[in-house]
Design a protein around this ligand. Structure first.
Ligand code: ZN
Length: 161
């Protein structure tokens, strides 16, 4: 029962997006997916020790929503640690703060690159090197891959399944 979510602001791009227990083949591992929004909530509340009110403000969500996000994150992390699962950090209902948008002159592909990472050398689609910074604009997130109803910004979340 998908319902529209408000995009959550994420200010930190994780350097590592996959964790797995040692010595267990991937084929036997169950994977838990933690959204960027959930990781951000953990970072703000648990790592930085912010009050939930302040953390909620940083993510541009209500205090109650923040509470839901952090609760979900804790449950997933517990699941991973206790039951020895793999953890993948991906997606989530959020937009990255400081995303830079690039566009390809050859195929018109547009994509986002997190602030702080290197400028891309080529178009991810056609490999052309003829790329440039695209003007930031409000509107659709990347590709609009059937998400629908996500509204504005660079929200790439597809809701929860
Ligand atoms: Zn291209």
């Amino acid at each position: 029962m998908p319902r529209p979510f408000k995009c959550r602001l994420v200010a930190h791009e994780p350097g590592v997006t996959y964790f797995k227990p040692r010595g267990i083949p991937m084929t036997e591992l169950e994977e838990v997916v933690l959204g960027f929004d959930e990781l951000e909530a953990v970072r703000l509340a648990d790592l930085k020790g912010l009050y939930q009110e302040d953390a909620a403000e940083k993510m541009k969500v209500s205090r109650q929503t923040f509470g839901n996000i952090i609760h979900s994150a804790h449950a997933k992390i517990a699941e991973v640690l206790i039951n020895g699962k793999a953890l993948k950090i991906e997606g989530g209902v959020c937009r990255m703060k400081g995303m830079r948008k690039f566009a390809c002159s050859a195929c018109k592909q547009e994509w986002n690159v997190p602030f702080g990472t290197e400028r891309p050398a080529e178009c991810p689609k056609c490999k052309s090197a003829d790329i440039h910074r695209a003007a930031e604009q409000r509107g659709r997130g990347r590709s609009g891959a059937g998400g629908g109803g996500q509204g504005r910004g660079q929200c790439w979340g597809q809701g929860r399944s």
